[in-house]
Ligand binder design. Structure first.
Ligand SMILES: C[S@@+](CC[C@H](N)C(=O)[O-])C[C@H]1O[C@@H](n2cnc3c(N)ncnc32)[C@H](O)[C@@H]1O
Length: 277
């Protein structure tokens, strides 16, 4: 399993982590149960109808593409991880999946009616460039929708895990500088970037996604095994730090969500949508 290297850039870390087939599989099998709950909102936000031509950026294992196909869309999914693309092609044979970078698309101007991005924005080094590329490949009147996890200002597993890393993690382990995980949940930032790129009618809505678990430490495991940024912070921790981080997550979940034996742990998301001018 890979660890953050001192010379890592944010882009290199993201590329390496998502290329790891264990991370890709863990994300698809477990972490994405919460991401899957956001798919209907993305599909609704781009007004998908039979025949709508949709580009699904950062498509991962194909969960958004699967929903779009069910709604009758013609779907092209794009991701830079071949491990993710293998999963997507197996899961959604009706869609076309291609390897590529969301910051430099090979499609002609105006070639799609809609662009979706499920939890891709926090992973790209230059989110405004992705929004600019989405605008370029959309026809006027086409729609963009993207999802981002809410930040720690609300009750969220993401806040519990990263809060515990801040308190109990080794100070020698840090992520390379990059965009904040929740930056694009902020409407001021998101709408300003969208308007500058040629979008109008910017909107946001919250989706109450969650994990249902029988182990209150499971959200720690989901972040450790199935995410790029969380995994890079959690996997290299010395055993004593790792145990303290997991224990802090467990205690936060018991405090906030009761004594069990089952827990519904919130990990809410924001879906932002806009229309190409
Ligand atoms: C958190 S997963 C999201 C998967 C899926 N869209 C969902 O909603 O659950 C992020 C995905 O973005 C991909 N990704 C990250 N940076 C990328 C880039 N610059 N270009 C293309 N794909 C990228 C990763 O390989 C990974 O599959």
């Amino acid at each position: 399993m890979s660890e953050p290297k001192e010379t890592d850039t944010f882009a290199a870390l993201e590329k390496r982590e998502w290329a790891n087939s264990h991370v890709a599989r863990s994300y698809a099998q477990v972490f994405a149960k919460a991401a899957d709950m956001v798919v209907p909102c993305l599909i609704e936000a781009v007004r998908t109808k039979p025949g709508t031509r949709v580009l699904d950026l950062c498509c991962g294992h194909g969960n958004v593409a699967a929903g779009l196909i069910r709604a009758g869309a013609q779907v092209v999914g794009l991701d830079f991880s071949t491990a993710m693309l293998d999963l997507a092609r197996a899961a959604v044979p009706e869609a076309k999946f291609i390897e590529g970078d969301a910051m430099a698309l090979s499609f002609d101007d105006g070639s799609f009616d809609a662009v979706t991005i499920g939890f891709g924005m926090p992973h790209v080094p230059d989110p405004p460039q992705v929004i600019a590329e989405a605008r370029r490949v959309l026809r006027p009147g086409g729609r963009l929708a993207f999802s981002v996890w809410c930040g720690p200002e609300v009750d969220t597993a993401l806040g519990y895990v990263f809060g515990a890393i801040g308190e109990h993690g080794s100070k020698d382990i840090a992520l390379p500088p990059g965009p904040g995980a929740n930056d694009y949940a902020d409407p001021t930032l998101a709408f300003n970037v969208l308007k500058a790129a040629g979008f109008t009618d910017c909107r946001q809505s919250m989706v109450a996604s969650e994990w249902q678990v029988t182990d209150p430490g499971a959200p720690y495991d989901f972040f450790r095994e199935g995410t790029a940024r969380g995994g890079a912070m959690l996997r290299p921790q010395p055993a004593s730090n790792a145990a303290a981080i997991r224990a802090a997550v467990v205690s936060k979940i018991l405090e906030k969500h009761g004594q069990g034996p089952e827990w519904r742990v919130p990990i809410p998301a924001i879906v932002t949508s806009a229309v190409a001018v």
